[in-house]
Design a protein around this ligand. Structure first.
Ligand code: ATP
Ligand code: MG
Length: 669
C-alpha cells in the first residue's frame, strides 16, 4: 500500500509521509444535485474572501444594527469582524425562527438516558430562554458578567447557554464529568458570578451527582460567586446553602416568558471555553459574537448540507466541549435545525443505544468522533446492523484523525455504503470547522480532511516557514484571519501570542502536524508535540495508528515515542483489540505483537515498526474522547504519570500501568 521515503532534508527532516491511501469516493450525483453548496463556492470565496464572509454574515445572521466594516486586522493577532454591527446570539438562535412562522418546529428532541424524552419547539424554547434570562437578571447577572455552567446534557443546559447569550453574559461551560478541582480553577480564572448546575444527571444507568462538586469547588474559595442555580434532574438529595443556592424551578418557572434580547456589539464576548488539555494545562479560549455565529452557521449549513425543514440532525458531543457549542447550540439553532440531544452513554442500557436513538428519531445527519466509531468497531457490526439506520444521509467526524479503516467502516456499516462522510478539522481556538470535504462537491479520501473551506486559508510549512511541496509533511498553519477565530486566552494575552503566533510570525500555528498529498489535499498527522524521532526520521502518530487499525483484529491504537539509547526514540504502541476477532486471534495462538509489528512494516515501512506493542483494555482519553498520548509516554518511559485531571476516567491509567509491568504484555525486539 505504501513505502517509506527518505527524509527530504536529513538535517531538519520534516514529518514523514508514510501512508498512501488510494481509495476514492466521488460524490453521488443525486446527492450533488440537491446539495446546499456547489463547486463554484470555492472560486467565489477565493476571488473576494472578505466579500464572501460579509455575504454570509448578512444572509445567515440577523443584525439589529447592520455592519459596514468587515474585518479590522490592525490589532493583529486580535481580529475584529463586522465590528460596527450589533446583534444578539439568542435572538438569532431562537426568536427569529418563531417570527418567521416556524415556532412549531421541534428544536430539540431530548432523549434522557433512562428513556424519558421531551420535544421542545422553537416557540417553547423562546419562552424558556426568556424566563431563564429574566431569572438571571433577577439574580443580579448583568451584561458582561461571567456565568459558569456545569450540567448534564439536558435541555436546561442549552437554555442556560442561550439565556446567558440573551443578556450578554459570557458563559463558561465546564464539562460535567470534571472534578471539583477543575471546576474551581475555571470559576476563578473566569471570575464567574453565578454557577448553573443540576442535582445530577443520568450516566451508566444511575443518577450521578453534580451539585456536591459545585459545593466542594466553592468551599475552596470563590469570592466572585453570588448564587448557584440548580436544575432538578434526578431528584437526588442535595446539600443546600440558604441564600446562595436557588432552585431553577423556583425562579425560572415563575419568571415572565417575554424578554427583550440585549443588543451587543459584534465583538462582545459570547463565551470562554477551556481546551481539552490533551497537550498541557487547559487554556481559556474566548470567542465573540458576530464572526463566530457567521462561521458556525455557514459551516453547519455547507458541511452538513442541512435542510432545516426535513433533516433530523444529531451531534453526539457534550456541551462541555467546543463541538457542543458550535454544532449543538449555536450553528444548528441559528440555522433553525431540528436536532437530537442525548444525555447518557452509548452503552446504556445496551451497546445498541445510539442506533436505537437514530432509529427512533429518524436521524438523517450524524456527527461524532473517531473514538466512538472505533469503539463501535470493537463491539462488532452486528449491533448497529440490528437497527434501521436507513434515515442517515450524511456522516461527520471530528476530534482526531479518522483512520481510513474506521472511515470505511463508518460509511459501510452506519452510512449504508452511501452517505458522504465529512472529516472536519478544527479546534476550540478556531471556533468552527476549517478544513473539510464538502458533501456533494469533494471526492472523498478516507482519512483526509482534504481542503480548507471556502473563505479559509491554510498551509503546511517546513521548519523554515516555507510551504512544503505536495507529498511532504510539516506544520499546519492558517494564513488569513477567519470570522470565528479566538480573540485570545482569557486574561493571558502573552500566552495567546506565544502559543499561536510566535512560531511562524503573522500566521496562526495550530500545533498539529499535517501533510499535503500529491493533489495538495491535507492529511492531519497528530500533534507536533507527539511527533517521534526514530533514527533521524520524524514519524507522526496518526499514520502508525492508522496502520495498526487497518489490521482486522485491532479496534483502536495509540503510539508514542519513548526514549531509546540507540534510536533516540522508539515507537511504543498501545492497542485495543476488536472483541470477537481479538479473542479468536488469541485463542488460535497468534503472537499478536509479532503479527502487528509485521503488519506495520508491510503497510508503511520498517522504520515505523513499533519496538513494543501492548494490548490494553482502555486508553486514556479526555472528556471529548481524545487519546492523551502524553500520559502514555509517561508510562512507556516509566515516569510518574503527569497531570491527568482532564481524563474522562482516571482509573484507566492505573490499569495500563499495571498491565505494563506484567511480562506477558510487552515484547522487545
Ligand atoms: P489542548 O489544546 O488543551 O491540548 P485539545 O487540542 O485536545 O486540547 P480541542 O480544541 O478540543 O482541544 O481539539 C482540537 C484538536 O483536535 C486539533 O488541534 C487536532 O489535533 C484534533 N482534531 C480535531 N479534529 C480533527 C480532525 N478532523 N482530524 C485530525 N485531528 C483533529
Ligand atoms: Mg489544542
Amino acid at each position: 500500500m505504501a513505502q517509506a521515503a527518505e527524509p527530504t532534508n536529513p538535517e531538519h527532516p520534516d514529518i514523514e509521509n508514510l501512508l498512501t491511501e488510494d481509495r476514492r469516493f466521488p460524490p453521488d450525483p443525486e446527492f450533488a444535485a440537491q446539495a446546499n453548496v456547489h463547486p463554484e463556492v470555492y472560486s467565489w470565496a477565493a476571488a473576494d474572501r472578505l466579500g464572501f464572509w460579509a455575504d454570509q454574515a448578512r444572509e445567515l445572521i440577523t443584525w439589529s444594527t447592520p455592519f459596514s466594516e468587515v474585518l479590522d486586522w490592525s490589532g493583529a493577532p486580535v481580529a475584529r469582524w463586522f465590528g460596527d454591527g450589533k446583534l444578539n446570539a439568542a435572538y438569532n438562535a431562537v426568536d427569529r425562527h418563531v417570527e418567521a412562522g416556524n415556532g412549531d418546529r421541534v428544536a430539540l428532541h431530548f432523549e434522557g438516558e433512562p428513556g424519558d424524552s421531551r420535544a421542545i419547539t422553537y416557540a417553547e424554547l423562546q419562552r424558556e430562554v426568556s424566563r431563564a434570562a429574566n431569572a438571571l437578571t433577577e439574580l443580579g447577572v448583568g451584561t458582561g458578567d461571567r456565568v459558569a455552567i456545569y450540567m448534564p446534557l439536558v435541555p436546561e443546559a442549552v437554555v442556560a447557554m442561550l439565556a446567558c447569550a440573551r443578556i450578554g453574559a459570557p458563559h463558561s461551560v465546564v464539562f460535567g464529568g470534571f472534578s471539583a478541582e477543575a471546576l474551581h480553577s475555571r470559576i476563578l480564572d473566569a471570575e464567574a458570578k453565578l454557577v448553573i448546575t443540576a442535582d445530577g444527571g443520568y450516566r451508566r444507568g444511575s443518577a450521578s451527582a453534580l451539585k456536591p462538586a459545585v459545593d466542594e469547588a466553592l468551599e475552596k474559595g470563590a469570592p466572585t460567586i453570588e448564587h448557584v442555580l440548580v436544575v432538578r434532574r434526578t431528584g437526588q438529595d442535595v446539600a443546600w446553602t440558604e441564600g446562595r443556592d436557588v432552585w431553577w424551578h423556583d425562579v425560572v418557572d415563575s419568571a415572565s416568558d417575554t424578554h427583550a434580547p440585549v443588543e451587543v456589539e459584534s465583538e462582545h464576548p459570547l463565551f470562554i471555553l477551556y481546551t481539552s488539555g490533551t497537550t498541557g494545562k487547559p487554556k481559556g479560549i474566548f470567542h465573540t459574537t458576530g464572526g463566530y455565529l457567521t462561521q458556525t452557521a455557514f459551516t453547519h449549513r455547507a458541511v452538513f448540507d442541512l435542510k432545516p425543514e426535513t433533516d433530523v440532525y444529531w451531534c453526539t458531543a457534550d456541551i462541555g466541549w467546543v463541538t457542543g457549542h458550535s454544532y449543538v447550540v449555536y450553528g444548528p439553532l441559528v440555522n433553525g435545525a431540528t436536532q437530537v440531544i442525548y444525555e447518557g452513554t452509548p452503552d446504556t442500557p445496551d451497546k445498541g443505544r445510539w442506533w436505537s436513538v437514530v432509529e427512533k428519531y429518524k436521524v438523517s445527519i450524524l456527527y461524532t468522533a473517531p473514538t466512538a466509531i472505533r469503539t463501535c468497531m470493537k463491539w462488532g457490526e452486528e449491533i448497529p446492523a440490528a437497527h434501521d439506520l436507513s434515515s442517515i444521509r450524511l456522516l461527520g467526524s471530528v476530534g482526531e484523525s479518522i483512520n481510513p479503516a474506521a472511515w470505511t467502516w463508518y460509511r459501510r456499516v452506519i452510512g449504508g455504503d452511501k452517505a458522504p462522510i465529512v472529516d472536519t478539522w478544527w479546534q476550540t481556538e478556531t471556533g468552527a470547522i476549517m478544513i473539510s470535504p464538502l458533501p456533494g462537491v469533494t471526492t472523498a479520501k478516507p482519512g483526509s480532511a482534504q481542503v480548507p473551506l471556502p473563505g479559509i486559508a491554510a498551509d503546511v510549512l517546513d521548519d523554515d516557514a516555507q510551504p512544503v511541496p505536495n507529498g511532504s509533511g510539516g506544520y499546519l498553519v492558517l494564513t488569513e484571519p477567519w470570522p470565528a477565530m479566538l480573540r485570545g486566552i482569557w486574561g493571558d494575552e502573552e500566552r495567546f501570542r506565544d502559543t499561536y503566533w510566535s512560531r511562524f510570525p503573522g500566521r496562526y500555528f495550530a500545533g498539529d502536524g499535517a501533510k499535503k498529498d500529491e493533489d495538495g489535499d491535507i492529511w492531519l498527522l497528530g500533534r507536533v508535540d507527539d511527533v517521534m524521532n526514530v533514527s533521524g526520521h520524524r514519524l507522526s502518530t496518526t499514520e502508525i495508528e492508522s496502520a495498526l487499525v487497518s489490521h482486522p483484529i485491532v479496534a483502536e491504537a495509540a503510539v508514542v515515542g519513548a526514549n531509546d539509547e540507540t534510536t533516540g526514540q522508539a515507537v511504543v504502541a498501545f492497542v485495543i483489540l476488536r472483541t470477537e476477532e481479538g479473542d479468536a486471534a488469541q485463542a488460535s495462538g497468534m503472537d499478536v505483537q509479532a503479527e502487528l509489528r509485521t503488519h506495520v512494516a508491510k503497510e508503511i515501512g520498517p522504520i515505523a515498526k513499533p519496538r513494543r506493542i501492548l494490548v490494553v483494555q482502555e486508553l486514556p482519553k479526555t472528556r471529548s474522547g481524545k487519546i492523551m498520548r502524553r500520559l502514555l509516554r509517561d508510562v512507556a518511559e516509566h515516569r510518574v504519570v503527569g497531570d491527568a485531571t482532564t481524563l474522562a476516567d482516571s482509573s484507566v491509567m492505573d490499569l495500563i500501568t499495571a498491565g505494563l509491568n506484567t511480562p506477558s504484555a510487552s515484547s522487545a525486539d
